[in-house]
Ligand binder design. Sequence first.
Ligand SMILES: CC(C)(COP(=O)([O-])OP(=O)([O-])OC[C@H]1O[C@@H](n2cnc3c(N)ncnc32)[C@H](O)[C@@H]1OP(=O)([O-])[O-])[C@@H](O)C(=O)NCCC(=O)NCCSC(=O)C[C@@](C)(O)CC(=O)[O-]
Ligand SMILES: NC(=O)C1=CN([C@@H]2O[C@H](COP(=O)(O)OP(=O)(O)OC[C@H]3O[C@@H](n4cnc5c(N)ncnc54)[C@H](OP(=O)(O)O)[C@@H]3O)[C@@H](O)[C@H]2O)C=CC1
Length: 404
Amino acid sequence: MSDVSDLADRVQSGELRLYELEDHADEATAAAARRELLRRETESDPDAVGGFSFDAGDVHGSNIENLVGGVQVPLGVAGPVAVNGEAADGEYYLPLATTEGALVASVNRGCSAIRAGGGATARVLKNGMTRAPVFRVADVAEAKTVAEWVRENEDALAEAAESTTSHGELQSVTPYVVGDSVFLRFSYDTKDAMGMNMATIATGEAADVVEAETPAELVALSGNLCSDKKPAAINAVEGRGRTVSADVRIPREVVKERFNTTPEAIEEANTRKNLVGSAKAGALGFNAHAANVVAAMFLATGQDAAQVVEGSNTITTVEAREDELYASVNLASLEVGTVGGGTKLPTQAEGLDVLGVRGGGDPAGSNADALAELIATGVLAGELSLVSALASRNLSSAHEELGR
Ligand SMILES: CC(C)(COP(=O)([O-])OP(=O)([O-])OC[C@H]1O[C@@H](n2cnc3c(N)ncnc32)[C@H](O)[C@@H]1OP(=O)([O-])[O-])[C@@H](O)C(=O)NCCC(=O)NCCSC(=O)C[C@@](C)(O)CC(=O)[O-]
Ligand SMILES: NC(=O)C1=CN([C@@H]2O[C@H](COP(=O)(O)OP(=O)(O)OC[C@H]3O[C@@H](n4cnc5c(N)ncnc54)[C@H](OP(=O)(O)O)[C@@H]3O)[C@@H](O)[C@H]2O)C=CC1
């Protein structure tokens, strides 16, 4: 304790910077000293955040700076749900971390209807993590020369990029020219890693080659055409990370029993809300709450929470057929990994274990494919349940009961 108090004193006196504490104490003590400092300098009493199950030494330097503690989010589970995927095949419980009452119940209801309907089919349709540096050139003529050089020298760029990683593979480089700016959108198969660090490091190496061989000068290693952590049409159209779809057919009587409504009512609610309403709103996502399930499964499995932005680029379709309801979701840009980032933290690794996808897959990439198929299935369950609740007019009563 005296260490903690002494360290806090030394920060307050200006002798140490807040981020230098690990140079003078172990990581857990440094975090305790920051909590002590917050106690002194703010109105807070950060005791609860001091109780966490990860090792402070493991996260310092790879997941967080200026560590204070950990926040906890309630974790629930929905399922089991049957999934007929290419990488995920079987019955699964879906871990969901959220503070929104009624969300897990909703996904659970959707899972039970999918199971009663024989299971969801899920497929990863495309896989490519992108990084798009922006280069300065003299004018559009030079821009065209650089773009042509890039198209003719993809092999040299791949050799440079892949020299930085034993797993990543460069798939393509697509040039975009705007006046005297040239953007090169590099796309990689990053296997089981979400791949943003991997793609950024690899692209840095390739950018050096572009600068050495052409008149282009690098302005920024990320030029926003990637596009990471921002709503962007390019991700919705071209995809980023995994493009994944899931669908299901649910017999009419199951729809009635589980959702208390009809396939026609669900189709109408989906069309008017998710398609027409979203179009009128100028939305990128044409869905009800894909972000809810993406965020909850991201938190539960150690994904980068900011990438929920891209993960919610989802189109939901519903069709009433003679004896059944057909529903599908297409997630254009789901960025997921089962190695790297937050996936190694103990509680998040347990979430991956619930799904059976922790760590590198065999073959490499298959665990991240499975995770994408399972998140897509969870999104499908959530969409079915919420749109049905709207169609049967019980959204507000459900939230009155479970959400406050
Ligand atoms: C809440 C329900 C499921 C009730 O639905 P219900 O049909 O009245 O409930 P039920 O008691 O008849 O149970 C049906 C099934 O729901 C599940 N279920 C039921 N209760 C629980 C529970 N406590 N814990 C776990 N699972 C539960 C469970 O699977 C159960 O089947 P069983 O196992 O009994 O055979 C339903 O009304 C519902 O899904 N409502 C929609 C709620 C929802 O999706 N909320 C998401 C957040 S909304 C939001 O954030 C976004 C929004 C709305 O702004 C986006 C937009 O603009 O659209
Ligand atoms: N740098 C940036 O611009 C951004 C970074 N991030 C952060 O990046 C992190 C995620 O980056 P990411 O590159 O996924 O993770 P890491 O940087 O943690 O790297 C993961 C590494 O794991 C190795 N690896 C081992 N087994 C496998 C396998 N089966 N498949 C793939 N790789 C394997 C690879 O090494 P090797 O390459 O040697 O083969 C890979 O580079 C997150 O923390 C995220 O928050 C997020 C957005 C932007």
